[in-house]
Design a protein around this ligand. Sequence first.
Ligand SMILES: [Zn+2]
Length: 376
Amino acid sequence: MEYSIGVDLGGTDIKAGLVSSVGDISCRVALPTDVDVGGPKVVAARIAETVRQVLVKAETADPHVISKLGKAPQSPLNNAKEANDECRRHDDTHEVWIGLGAPGLIIAETGVVHFSPNFPGWTDIPLVDYVNAELAKLRLLKTTASDHSQTHRGEKYKLVLRGMDNDVNAMTLGELRHGAGVGYKNIAALTLGTGVGGGVVIDGQVYHGSQNTAGELGHTIVEPNGRYCGCGNQGCLEAYAGAKNIVERTQEKIETGRSTILAEAIQNGTPLTPRQIAEAAHAGDEIAMEIFAETGRYIGIALTSIAHILNPQIAIIGGGIAEAGEKLLFEPIRAELSKRAMDIPARMKIMKAHLGNDAGIVGAAMLALESEKPAV
Ligand SMILES: [Zn+2]
């Protein structure tokens, strides 16, 4: 069993954990991102701090765990014969592998965040360089074990960022390897959160396109003259199925004066949440039921285009909005797809994501384990 550390950089939190090659997470850590406090280099330092805290937790739980993280480097002293020599291996500098999922348009080859909508001012930020600089400061991390294991005394750890990708691509990889995508080679993934993220798997690999921007399924047009989207276009799926837009659409319906159990919630001055709307729909509230039926319909329209373009075996739908469930959301999605798509692409299965909020950490860790070289 091998382990790596997966880090999921989000707009609110930086989440990290120790992940095994079969996708189990332990030693979880979450720190606030505080993107407005200190800029990208400070965020990079917080990312390194999450890694440090995961390592401390891991060592406390199992002083031998470091020897399972990533791989001992190949060197004349560490050839195939000696790789089996645990004592020799523990005397070497050991590489601890880390993978990072980050929001926005990521240029993986150079480790640069080109643009990230929820991170103001982040334009062409060399995030991998910044994180590596911070990880280098932790290079001589000492074991916290007091120390029961003689073999670990004096060991040096080299913390190596092995891969960075867009956060939704990382989630897609997590679902592909250890979630709803296991056993499938061609997948479309949608994450319904504040925005609508997307990822595409073709022939068992996350597809990045010619300049790393593939998979923006949330910006599939579902209504040519429709609502404005954060990307500047009109009628994108995100403008209907993103959490903020679901709330806005609900408020617009309430403002027409129709009776709804949600009116009371608005009068109290608290902003509506998609969860409240889903609960109202489950309770039979007409406006709330309409909102989810329409949301499902728009997702079905987007998936019809995606099915025709890519012919995936499955569409995996995750994120907080997907918690609305089968009846409210998945049934109208399937109905729309079967109404609109040609018969063979319409065979695409529509499934709920399995890993929930863990998909990003698991996928980032898999980036580290599957990468053939350091991130930059
Ligand atoms: Zn858009």
